[in-house]
Design a protein around this ligand. Sequence first.
Ligand code: SAH
Ligand code: SF4
Ligand code: F3S
Length: 450
Amino acid sequence: MTASGFLFFTFLNSPRADRTFGCQMNINDSQKMAGMLKSMGYEPTSDWQEADVILVNTCSVREKPDQKVLSALGEFKKVKNKNPDAVIGVCGCLAQRAGYEILQKAPFIDMVFGTTNIHHLPKLLEEAQAGNKAVEIIEEIDENETELDKYPTIRDNKYTAYVTIIRGCDKNCTYCIVPITRGKERSRRIGEIIQEVQYLVEDGVKEIHLIGQNVTAYGKDLGDVKFWELLYAVANVEGVERIRFTTGHPRDLTEDIIKAMADIPQVCEALHLPIQAGSDKILEAMDRGYTQKEYLEKIELLKKYMPDIALSTDIIVGFPGETYEDYLETVKVVKEVEYDQIFAFKYSPRPGTPAEKLPMTEDPKTLSKWLNDLINMQKDIAFKKNLAYEGKIVEVLVEEEKDGKLVGRTRTNKLVHFEGEHNLLGEIVNVEITKANRFSLEGKLAQVIA
Ligand code: SAH
Ligand code: SF4
Ligand code: F3S
């Protein structure tokens, strides 16, 4: 067969709906699958009519992404009719959770596989191309799953790259599907992580973004290594200029980790620390394992060690049992912490989770109002925080050129647009901020750092 093109639909929504991405793990899986397909001779395409392989990488964290995939199946049938030779595959968290249901609803799908056997894609593809249904959804975690890590990633961004350090989650928050779709926590061996980091740096990457559903739990299952030690090991790789990590769980964020963040020059002053809710009653019902006070103590510690740290969080509005007074506790925290960004969504019951059967307390309309009020309040806080950058000189990693301007990010993860030469791509430069917008900053080049 001629290997010409493949196409990806990465569904969407999930925790980062505003950026139309799945979560970091989902994106990284897509990037790895793209690398895998490339090593088999395929090239990416944006035109489904010329695609030999179409992969739908799904998220299932709320009902909306599920519905998006299920309603898109009709579209895929049209694609199949017009391009009958294309192999259409569904993978990711919804495939792991409901792969057989998908096949039942859309029998024309050629390939379905889950989240821990992605490395079997070449074998499954061969099977599908031979005209068979290629289905592999396994309950047990495939012990060779880390074979996926050996493939290069294909990314939009040349200078920053995700590196998976831990898979799965042991936390079992009562609303969350992730432990069901991604299984138990498994940390990657430090040597393998460092090898991948070295490879990426040789490939021109400047910023390493360590990822997992729960990165601060890294090493618990290995026994002999802690997350903060991994931070030092990554920082010691020559050429690593910036380090970020997502997502940390407040419960596992120790003072040792915070100290290492402050001590390691490459670790950026930015942290995503999901609170989910402000009320202790709701936090307990969610089984988050901390109180509002304990969460705020961690924030205080972060600000003590890194006064300029930019903080972001995830919030669920309307968990069963949440009253207006409970919701006001969330509002209070958002006001007090002054996050740079929040990702807030209405609670969505997920199949098989402990909270699934709990009755909703408020009607959807009220919840929409609570959510909108929270988001609007945050918009003002974020703008105020951006305004504080005016007149300051900040370090920016130049990531791309867009509409005749250079675009990059500060260490605090703010998007900056400024004028400059093409050869600054991939460099860290000093930029003086001249104007703050609601979602980005504008500036002018001050001086090249190195
Ligand atoms: N591991 C991360 C979050 C992973 S899921 C953590 O513990 O913080 C990403 C986000 O999706 C969560 O932080 C939560 O805010 C949201 N989410 C998860 N399940 C949800 C549900 N059932 N309804 C609404 N939002 C949910
Ligand atoms: Fe889900 Fe909780 Fe695990 Fe995050 S920590 S992935 S919210 S179970
Ligand atoms: Fe979605 Fe799975 Fe990530 S449910 S949030 S793609 S771990």
